[in-house]
Design a protein around this ligand. Structure first.
Ligand SMILES: Nc1ncnc2c1ncn2[C@@H]1O[C@H](COP(=O)(O)OP(=O)(O)OP(=O)(O)O)[C@@H](O)[C@H]1O
Ligand SMILES: [Mg+2]
Length: 260
């Protein structure tokens, strides 16, 4: 499909003048950017600037007050089976073992699970052998890996992730970042990733969108033109240092503006 305005390939996701008000409070104002197929785009910005609000609107869980969000050219009005979601908390049901947590969405939709694909995903994230474990017996990192398997189990073409590793220690977070990159390189899913960590955003992304607050609106979009896989050497290089400083400076600028 081509984009009628650019005659290039149609973006996977189009955020087109998206605004969201909670009562009289305007949380998002006319956000516009697009996410190409197979792209990883991170969203960063000061706390409360509307990142989670935007992601929920992209997932169809929240309606917009203005503008439109499109998936493959079609407006999103409700949750869509082609969009997987991963939250900051793993949100596993504590009374169900890992397998039954992963199968839960299939019970809700009545869809038949692809057991081979789920077994492959469990293997990919290093959880083979833990299928019968209860969530309480798993570490935070393992629970989050299980929630990624759950989100990918229905073959979504888009994965929306809201600070999925914010609660993990630095070492586990780096491990999880490499895992996301590996899964993405393998599956070529389109990913929108919210984070407070500029390093995480630079490591993972093709582009980083900076939201200013409040109301949240797009302040800048940075291209992350680094080779993949992004090795420790690449991440320690001057290009990454400069990119991180530019993004940090942009966020600090939006904070100062919000405080005026
Ligand atoms: N359900 C709601 N009802 C009313 N106001 C809300 C609701 N959800 C969010 N808000 C407000 O909208 C603004 C944006 O919130 P949101 O959670 O999207 O920010 P955020 O950028 O994700 O913040 P953080 O980085 O802390 O997670 C905040 O001022 C918040 O208080
Ligand atoms: Mg949030």
């Amino acid at each position: 499909m081509t984009d009628p305005t650019t005659h290039g390939p149609r973006p996977k996701l189009e955020i087109d003048g998206a605004s969201k008000a909670y009562g009289t409070f305007l949380a998002l104002q006319e956000c516009t950017f697009s996410v190409a197929q197979n792209e990883i785009v991170s969203i960063v910005g000061p706390s409360g600037c509307g990142k989670t609000t935007l992601l929920w609107c992209m997932s169809g869980l929240h309606g917009l007050s203005g503008g439109e969000i499109r998936l493959d050219g079609m407006p999103i009005h409700k949750p869509h089976r082609d969009i997987g979601l991963v939250f900051q908390e793993a949100n596993l049901l504590p009374w169900r073992n890992l397998r039954r947590n992963i199968l839960f969405p299939f019970e809700v939709t009545g869809e038949k699970p692809d057991h081979d694909w789920i077994a492959h995903l469990l293997d990919r994230v290093g959880l083979t052998g833990f299928e019968d474990a209860m969530p309480g017996a798993l570490s935070g990192g393992m629970q989050q890996r299980a929630s990624i398997v759950r989100a990918l189990s229905q073959h979504p073409s888009v994965l929306l992730m809201d600070e999925p590793f914010g609660a993990l220690d630095t070492f586990t977070r780096e491990e999880m970042n490499r895992l996301v990159e590996e899964i993405w390189l393998e599956s070529k899913t389109t990913i929108v990733f919210i984070t407070h960590s500029i390093e995480e955003a630079v490591f993972l992304s093709d582009r980083v969108v900076v939201l200013s607050g409040r109301p949240g609106t797009v302040a800048a979009i940075h291209d992350i033109d680094l080779p993949r896989p992004r090795t420790a050497e690449v991440m320690a290089g001057k290009q990454v240092f400069d990119l991180m400083n530019a993004i940090k400076g942009g966020i600090a600028g939006t904070r100062a503006k919000a405080a005026e």
